[in-house]
Structure formats: C-alpha cells, structure tokens
Design a binder for this molecule. Structure first.
Ligand SMILES: [Zn+2]
Length: 477
C-alpha cells in the first residue's frame, strides 16, 4: 500500500521535516526520549561530512585522539561560566559497580575540562606548543525539547581543542577553523553561510569570543551550523595549563575549541529539501546516483541488466546504487529515491540498450527540464559534469533564497515585521539589555555579527544608540 503523501513544507514545515527524516531512513526514535538512532543511510551522510572535515583538519596540522566519556563532576565545577552554562544539561552517573560513587561522574557535554586536565600534564615548555587535537565522539546534553538531528540528548560531533603560547596564535586558530567550516559548508554542502562573531549573550560558556557560521533554512529560520571559540586563558587558568617560555618563566596557555555536529544534517535537509523530500548535494550524498533498470518482460530483462552491470563497472569512482529490486515498479523506485534525495537517477531501458544511451534525471530539476539522454560512452564524464552542475545550482538557489529573505530594516517597526518571516541585517548597539528586549518582543535573536561589515556607523535599530556594527537577527533552531 502506498504511504500517504508527505505534507508540503508550506502546509506543515515541522511535520514535513519529521516525515522526511523517518521515511528517508536517516534516523529513528530511540527508547530513551530525546535520543536518536542514526540509521545506515543517515550515518553514510555523516561519514561523508566527517571525511570532508577530517581532510581539512589534517591539512592544517591537526591530529585525532580519544578522550573519556566520563568526567569527574568537580572538573565541570572548576570554570565558573562553564558550570553555569552546562549545569541544567548534565547527565550525572552516581552509581557504578553496584555502589554509590564517592564522586559523581558527568557524561561529557563537551570535553574542554577533561582535555584541559590532560594538557596541564602534557605541556611543560613552549616547545610542546601548539597542541592541535581533534576528537570524533558523541556527547550528552539533557535537552527538554528535542528534534531528530536538530536537538537530541546525545549527538555526534567533532570537537577540536588546541593550546597555544600566545593570544595571537589562539585567535588565528579560532578564525582558521571558522574559515574551514565556512569552506566546507559552501563547497561540500552547497550551503551558503554567514560567518560572524556571537554576541556576549550567545557565547559558549567560558569563551572570550565565539564565532559561528549561520545558514538560512527553507522556513527562513536560522540554524547555527558550526562554532569556533577563543577560550582565552580561562580554561588554562582553571586547569593550570602552563608552559615555561624562552625566558624560563611560567605562562598560562591560550586555548581554543571548535565543533560541528550531526545538527549539520538538519541544515542540509532544511536548506535543500523540497516538497518531494530530500535533495543531497552530490559531494556529500550517500549515493550520488541511483541506476534503475527498466523492462517489461524477460526478453528485455537480460540485456537491460547486462547493460546496467557493464555501466556500473565504469562508474567505480562514484557512489552509485543499482536498484534491482524485483518486487516494486520503476515508478515506485523513482519516488523512493526522490524522497531520499539522491542527486541523479540513471534510467536504463530497452531503447537505451539499443541506442547505446541512458536517461539522466536530476533531482534538483523535476520533470522534463532535468532530463537528458547521454551516450553510454564516457558516462563517467557526463556524471562528473552533471554533479558539478547540481552542486553549483543547489548553492546558487540557497543563496538566492537567503538574499531574497534577508532585509535591511530602516526602523524598528519594519524590523519587527521582517523578522516574522526572514532575517534582518541591522545596526545594533551591542548591548545585552537591548538584545534581550528584542528577543522578548520578537523571538528573534542575534545570530551573529558578520565578519563582512558595510563600514561606517549607524544607530541601533531598536534603541537608537550609536552602533558600529550590523548584526543578523532571526528566529532560530
Ligand atoms: Zn540597542
């Protein structure tokens, strides 16, 4: 029996999102409320995200390691803002080995503290610096309102933690990693992002500065898609991470941390998806193309399947899925892979076999517009070109959408109107109280103060005080 149709995004965006995640086999609900099971198709997407990032991390001198899941509770308590920021979200282990523990243990919400403890032991002199370590792991934050990928109690991520001899080096590292996230989002995920600095209220607990990349989703809300923090000497002082400098004097290190999580999958889903389902950018898609054999009878079946096998063998450099299921029709397969976001469909029927051709159908251009007949010779070349074109089209479309829905309101009345259903890029005084009032009044928060500024000065869109910078305001996930 066919499943009921997906709700359209304009009917019910939130339900569209849930249905797409479940029906595309990306993830499932877990027995513990708020946790998720990432299914193989979703994990394959995450693996491609990991590969794209890991390659960039290593090219800039970082190495991977693994730190423990359990952290002494006293570690979290050591940095004042850190404890304040994370206290309500902690999962705490009180029993082990059948006995109550002397000191409760925290399931890591992030690893700043345990890594700070390790670095304090490892760093002796300036020669030990910098330390550039990343880890791939899951962390737990006890969220009350959860959504698959967007906000779950346990999520997967990478967290980079670095220690440096000077503020300047730590700041350069913080900005370098922000650039790497922006480059990854732009080039691998076809996701246009705004890179900027967070307001004081939106900073990571314990950071001197937090930077983020922000992306616009299909419902015009913002999603923070990666963050990079300059932690100053805060954690170094709390954990006593010191080195002997060239003059044989002790100095505290300057540390950074930076992370991108499975939340990013939510960004890909919501930035590119349409009413038919997902659309994955070819560089990250678990399957870049699906090949569907089409035949009506046994006489056609043999030659068609033979051609499919031969073509598959030519396409070894790509991630190609051959859907040779016998129990469902080609039409069912088309809909299924459209929902699951495969960027390109390759149809092989008896006519194609006779003519030495195949039909390509692009996921991002429905109907006739996205279809082309290409020769079986040099199919790999045709795929390369088509993937590059899909990748670029997805980016252009998302960028045009963001630009069309980002406004520069001239006064607060207009500001209130535009943040109802879009982003505002507006002069802001930078004061916390002003930001809180805006948030209480409109539900829009400062997403970031973009690195790219128009220059000059203005007056705050809300309070009228002098403003040196413009900020992005939006409702956000
Ligand atoms: Zn203001």
């Amino acid at each position: 029996m066919p499943e009921p149709k997906l709700p359209t995004r304009s009917e019910d965006y939130s339900e569209w999102y849930n249905q797409v995640v479940l029906r595309a086999d990306l993830a499932d609900y877990a027995p513990v409320r708020g946790c998720m099971i990432v299914k193989p198709y979703g994990w394959a997407l995450w693996e491609n995200i990991q590969a794209g990032l890991d390659r960039r991390f290593k090219a800039t001198g970082h190495v991977n390691a693994a730190f423990p899941l359990l952290i002494p509770k006293s570690f979290i308590d050591r940095e004042a803002k850190h404890v304040e920021g994370f206290a309500p979200e902690l999962a705490i282990v009180t029993h082990g080995g059948g006995e109550e523990l002397e000191e409760p243990l925290v399931v890591r919400p992030t690893s700043e503290t345990v890594i700070g403890h390790a670095y304090a032991k490892w760093v002796k002199s300036y020669r030990d610096l910098p330390i550039l370590i990343n880890q791939w792991c899951s962390v737990v934050r006890w969220e009350m309102r959860t959504r698959l990928f967007l906000r779950t109690l346990e999520f997967w991520w990478q967290e980079g933690h670095t220690a440096h001899a000077t503020f300047a080096e730590a700041q350069a590292e913080t900005r370098q990693m922000l650039d790497i996230y922006a480059d990854f989002a732009t080039n691998d995920a076809a996701l246009p992002v705004v890179a900027g600095r967070k307001s004081e209220a939106e900073r990571f607990p314990g950071a001197d500065e937090t930077y983020s990349i922000e992306a616009m989703m299909g419902d015009r809300k913002a999603l923070q898609s990666g963050t990079s923090h300059n932690l100053g000497q805060n954690f170094a002082k709390s954990f006593d991470i010191k080195y002997l400098d060239k003059n044989n004097e002790f100095q505290h290190c300057w540390t950074t941390s930076w992370g991108l999580s499975t939340r990013f999958i939510g960004a890909i889903i919501m930035a590119h998806g349409d009413d038919q389902g997902l659309i994955f950018p070819p560089r990250l898609a678990p399957y870049q193309a699906v090949m569907v054999p089409i035949y009506k009878n046994d006489a056609e079946r043999g030659p068609v399947l033979e051609a499919v096998e031969r073509l598959r063998a030519q396409l070894g450099e790509f991630r190609v899925k051959v859907d040779d299921r016998e129990e469902v029709s080609p039409g069912f397969k088309f809909n299924d892979w459209e929902l699951r976001g495969v960027p390109l469909r390759i149809e092989v029927g008896p006519k194609d076999v006779a003519q030495g051709s195949v039909m390509l159908a692009r996921r991002d251009k429905p109907g006739r517009e996205g279809k082309t007949v290409v020769s079986q010779d040099n199919l790999a070349g045709a795929l390369s070109e088509t993937f590059a074109d899909i990748q670029a089209s997805l980016f252009d479309r998302a960028l045009a959408f963001r630009q069309a829905n980002t406004h520069e309101p001239k006064d607060y009345a207009e500001f209130r109107q535009v943040v109802e259903d879009g982003w505002a890029f507006a002069w802001w005084c930078g004061e916390r109280e002003c930001e809180t009032q805006i948030k209480d009044d409109t539900k829009a928060t400062t997403r970031c103060i973009p690195l790219e500024q128009p220059g000059g000065e203005g007056v705050c869109v809300h309070c009228g005080k002098p403003a040196k910078e413009k900020a992005i305001f939006a409702k956000a996930y």
